[in-house]
Design a protein around this ligand. Structure first.
Ligand code: ATP
Length: 264
């Protein structure tokens, strides 16, 4: 199996060459439930994310927004999920054919994630500094001093004041908005090409929400990333997305420049 996957990786690299996309999802189809009566929750999803683009994906609860991105990067448990078709091209390789190790490197260095609830993503027993450091140690060859300096720099980037003090604190000592900004710092630690934000502001008050949106938007330009921002609230992404894509029942039902989709 491992051998087959490695062959798949090589073929993927050879076939694509230089790419004009940051991420290309082509015909992704994901099912749950018994094979003889499957529930197709992601159905032939196809789109490109361009370099530097912010793509807002909106749609009602259960429309397949989360499942399709999680499946794309190997974060959906299978079983129960089954990826029954498609390709997910990133840097010339089909992520669906990569080994677990290769995918873990892609997720560490190539594609960063921020999820809805930082309390479940952060370890309550480890300091913020320890968690930031772990994210970097796994993927960057830096000395301990460099890593510490980078941790301070990352907290500054997400506008957390007194970063040296914060690094010594535990998640419960930070506000919800700060915890979410720590998650963004962790996701950006290895300077990914793509940041995927899945409802990152849902649990936050309005002020913290707009702060997180603005921070991600300015870091996107600074770091030259592309962003996929998943939300059920069009208002959250209206000000920052270049393109909006609407999902319904596992399909993309509408896609276009933000101002066009918004006026519809
Ligand atoms: N482990 C699972 N087993 C069975 N069905 C699942 C599982 N995980 C997700 N689904 C189903 O897949 C569908 C798509 O879910 P998904 O989480 O992608 O929706 P979403 O658009 O992100 O909505 P939300 O905003 O509520 O997260 C839903 O019908 C959901 O019930």
């Amino acid at each position: 199996m491992e051998h087959l996957m490695q062959n798949g990786e090589q073929q993927g690299r050879a076939a694509e060459g230089d790419a004009d996309y940051a991420l290309r999802i082509d015909g992704l189809t994901v099912e749950f439930g018994p094979a003889h009566r499957p529930a197709r929750v992601v159905n032939d999803v196809t789109y490109d994310l361009k370099p530097g683009e912010t793509l807002g994906i909106v749609g009602e609860s259960g429309s397949g927004k989360s499942v399709h991105v999680l499946a794309s990067v190997g974060l959906i448990p299978s079983p129960p999920a089954r990826i029954v078709g498609g390709r997910v091209m990133f840097e010339g390789r089909d992520l669906l054919g990569l080994s677990r190790n290769a995918l873990s490197t892609v997720r560490g260095k190539g594609i960063g994630f921020v999820f809805q609830d930082p309390m479940t993503s952060l370890n309550p027993y480890l300091t913020i500094g320890r968690q930031l450091t772990e994210a970097m140690e796994a993927h960057l060859s830096l000395t301990a001093t460099q890593i510490e300096a980078r941790a301070v720099e990352l907290l500054n980037m997400v506008r957390i004041t007194e970063p040296k003090t914060r690094l010594k604190q535990f998640p419960h000592q930070l506000s919800g908005g700060m915890r979410q900004r720590v998650m963004i710092a962790m996701a950006l630690a290895c300077e990914p090409k793509i940041l995927i934000a899945d409802e990152p502001t849902t649990a936050l008050d309005v002020t913290s929400q707009s702060q997180v949106v603005q921070i991600v938007n300015s870091l996107k330009d600074e770091l030259g990333m592309s962003v996929i921002w998943i939300t059920h609230d069009l208002g959250v992404v209206a000000g920052i997305a270049d393109t909006i894509q609407v999902m319904y029942a596992g399909h993309i039902v509408e896609r276009g420049p933000t101002e066009v989709v918004f006026s519809d």
